[in-house]
Design a protein. Sequence first.
Length: 509
Amino acid sequence: MQNKPNFKTLLLYPKLGSSDAFITYPPLSLIYAAADSVKRKKNVSILDLRFYPKNYLEILEKKITPNIKLVGISVMTGSPIKYALEISRFLKTNHNVSILWGGIHPTLLPEETLKNKYIDYVIAGYGSTALAELINALENNYPLEKVVGLYYKKNGKISANPSSKKHELIPYEELPYHLVDMKNYFRKTLSQRDIPIFTSLGCPHQCIFCVAPVLYKSMEKKWVAYEINSVIQHIKTLIQRYQITSITVFDDDSFIDIKRMIHFFKCCISSGISKNVKINFRGVRINELDAMNDKDIALMVKANVGYIMIGIESGSQRILDLMKKKISLEAIKRVSKKLSLYPEITPHYNFFVGMPGETKKDLLNTKELLLELLEDNPHCYLGFGSDWKPIPGSQMTAMAKQQFNLQIPATLENWAEIDSFDARSVIRYYWYSKDYERLIRLIQCSSGIIDLKLYKEFITDKRFFLKLLSILSLIYRPIIMWRIKHSFSRLLIEFPIRNWLIKHVFTKL
């Protein structure tokens, strides 16, 4: 049956809150979700509302035409829920459209999500095939029972269709980049045209704080990879089309198969990609880097690897073991010393604070590890020390509920308030003491300053305020360095200043 030209689908990427600061990447979740629909010649468009922080509802109103019958929203847990709810309420109140939610949060809690009166459908899991099937069913009045992973309301009750147990490995040739204006996306701090890609999907590890074990628990294979030749062609296509200067690999874990990555680096070099494009990674584990020798690291340098984000998570072995991270402090330190010999690569050590069971002693161990990493490798970057937050279905969230009587959010409105930067009130969990919380805030204030990240990122910026901010951060560095070394967390006026800058300056760059 031919597609009906009067049935249009609009896919929305909502504001994220403070997560919008620093980097604006293309909405890959929507680009991938739209792939099969575009292949089947469905009428699908994408609107990224992050570009309209003050008037996104007005912009949305102008985009809604009578032919738009389905609006899909990609939603992550936390602050994005607030904006997705506002959008859904606005559309259902003012227009005759069906509302579909997809993404991480609806996948984790499909039935709870669908209980909201402004939401008609939820797709749990990968969305490309499911979205195309849903559009086809709605425009042709077909039954919904065969739409993979679909949750919908029927006779006042929620019906659920089985989800696929396989990852959606969509060929790069089928990705509809043309649905967004790619020239609008770049790394804000470095003014680079930095485009994300996937070289693999999934993660086999079982860290209890992470969303991955929950997302992939029903998958036949926990991790699958694209052929390296396909990845190389994907990068070449992006270079040709969009004149990119760097790519960021968005995999959950890129280095599971080290031999595969060695082959990837060799192909980047032999193809000429490494001459003009930096290659960055968002998912690398300490144990994987620990297994690589100097020859492997030198090859990464030759392949023009820029930064690699490494989850060290904590400086306490007790907490690492509690997390089932399966790494050791000794391995973290070995990797740090190894990477210090290659200043061309910037290791970005991510960690988080405030997790259930953590004590002030554990946090002091984290502080000492961060200072040691910085001393070993002055070229490294330290993470921002993200506040722990409950992840639906994770073992650590269940542990917090059982051992500390954590009240798990029961509605979308409550889940929207779990991000510490954007919550209406300060988040303090039951296991926080005053000294412990002050130390958390001190560590967070030091991030970006003691590693000179703020200075390096903004000193060459042409905007006067940002250049001034970088100079002030350099002047302030000895003060916060003294504070952090001596754990002096009293009178921490820096913390509200830091939060103000993130909320009112960086998110508007």
